[in-house]
Design a protein around this ligand. Structure first.
Ligand SMILES: Nc1nc2c(c(=O)[nH]1)N[C@H]1C(S)=C(S)[C@@H](COP(=O)(O)OP(=O)(O)OC[C@H]3O[C@@H](n4cnc5c(N)ncnc54)[C@H](O)[C@@H]3O)O[C@H]1N2
Ligand code: MOO
Ligand code: MG
Length: 400
């Protein structure tokens, strides 16, 4: 029985163990890695109460009375004295609050006469002050193990003074394309030959996920060559991906080989594109046989391989593509039977946010996917969707 997308994803995640090997990296090399340790704040952030605005640090209790200017402080240069009644200190954003002051009057609300500041309003206690520990208190969990390190997480760690983190090692992914017709870039095509475009799709998607990539090249539609390549790949990688040769044609050997030298978890999906996807195990390695049609390769990677990779990399919160409900700009058609993932674009105009199809939707139309920023999901039994109806839209996110 062909699997639904949800059933397939659940089966894949259930057989995608997280890596256990770790290494220690400097923050500057940790982008895209997954934390292998809980991080607690070693100190408060901010470490000191400081000003959120440029203005005057003073005592709120003096109300709107004039204040004598007794000094100044800048970020990195604290004022060492004490602000007494009727006094104030010129203060810049980020400068430590001087002792005695409990409020910052912004300069737009102050009149200056020589060394006297005339408040235009009553500065409230605590106004424009960023309190110590407001972001993080010492000892609290800043980030749990299993967090994917994106730029915001790196910045948070840096704000705590943490220079090195324990992360999971990179996932080793071996991939190859299959097909007698495939030729490398730079070659002149003979009748029936095409360029191997799936190689670049896979390489790009894997690189963006921070995998260690082992490109095994193009393999002919020859069962002995394919078997050798699958064995070799399984011996060197955590995850093996092939494209093509996984359907039911006379030169499609992948599913049969997987069953013979490994094990098939499932083969065939109730989705379009992507019907002949095969998933299983080759020794210790997880295996995906992606369909050869270029759009099918990329759409199935996004639905299934990416969640698997992120889980295997150690990410604890499961990742799946973001789905939003958005009205259709025009009607769409499909044949009932399989769940469709039609390529679409988001349009923001007078009628608010809408989604439109990109035109031709066949699995070899790469130009459609190259112009798309989302996938429109149409249910298996549906024959299409009318203009204005709310449809599920999966965002093709640049970076997870
Ligand atoms: N009788 C049936 N025929 C097909 C079925 C089916 O259910 N019954 N399924 C169709 C569907 S759906 C898909 S998807 C394709 C998948 O086929 P394969 O995974 O076996 O892939 P190939 O046959 O090797 O190639 C399909 C297509 O894609 C081109 N291709 C392959 N590799 C690349 C590459 N690296 N770069 C660019 N293009 C590539 C290849 O030349 C073919 O045109 O099967 C249908 N058939
Ligand atoms: O399911 Mo195939 O992936 O339509 O082309
Ligand atoms: Mg085929």
């Amino acid at each position: 029985m062909a699997k639904s997308v949800e059933e397939a994803r659940a089966a894949i995640l259930a057989s995608s163990p997280a890596l256990t090997d770790t290494e220690v990296l400097h923050l500057s090399a940790a982008l895209g890695r997954v934390l292998a340790e809980d991080i607690r704040a070693p100190q408060a952030v901010p470490a000191w109460p400081n000003s959120a605005m440029d203005g005057y640090a003073l005592r709120s209790s003096d109300g709107e009375k004039p204040r004598q200017l007794i000094g100044h402080c800048f970020a990195g240069h604290p004022f060492t004295g004490v602000v007494g009644p009727g006094e104030c200190v010129r203060i810049m954003t980020g400068a430590v609050m001087p002792e005695g002051a409990d409020s910052v009057l912004i300069q737009e609300q102050a009149e200056i006469q020589d060394k006297t500041i005339l408040p235009q309003q009553h500065p409230a206690p605590g106004a424009n002050i960023r309190q110590a520990g407001e972001d993080l208190q010492p000892g609290v969990e800043a980030l749990p193990a299993g967090t994917l390190l994106r730029p915001a997480q790196l910045a948070l760690l840096a704000s705590l003074g943490i220079a090195e983190v324990k992360v999971f090692r990179r996932l080793r992914v071996a991939f190859f394309s299959t097909g007698d017709e495939l030729r490398p870039l730079g070659s002149t095509l003979e009748a029936g030959q095409i360029y191997d475009s799936n190689r670049y799709a896979l390489q790009g998607m894997l690189q963006r996920l921070g995998c260690e990539i082992l490109d095994l090249g193009r393999i002919l539609d020859n069962p002995e060559h394919l078997e050798k390549t699958l064995q070799q790949a399984a011996g060197m990688a955590d995850l093996v991906i092939s494209t093509g040769g996984v359907s039911v044609g006379d030169a499609d050997y992948i599913a049969e080989l997987l069953g013979r030298i490994g094990s098939i978890n499932f083969w065939k999906m109730n989705m379009k594109p992507g019907r002949p996807l095969a998933f299983g195990q080759l020794g210790e390695a997880t295996f995906f046989g992606l369909p050869g049609n270029p759009v099918s390769t990329m759409v199935t990677f996004y639905q299934f391989v990416q969640p698997c990779i992120l889980k295997r990399m150690g990410k604890s919160a499961p990742w799946t593509p973001t789905v939003l409900k958005i009205p259709l700009a025009h009607s769409l058609k499909k044949k009932p039977g399989r769940t469709d993932f039609q390529r679409g674009v988001l349009i923001s105009g007078e009628n608010g946010l809408q989604v439109a199809g990109v035109g031709q939707q066949a699995s070899h139309i790469m130009s459609g996917l190259a112009h798309a920023d989302c996938l429109i999901i149409l249910a298996a039994e549906a024959e299409g969707a009318p203009a204005g109806s709310m449809v599920d839209v999966q965002l093709l996110e640049g970076l997870v």
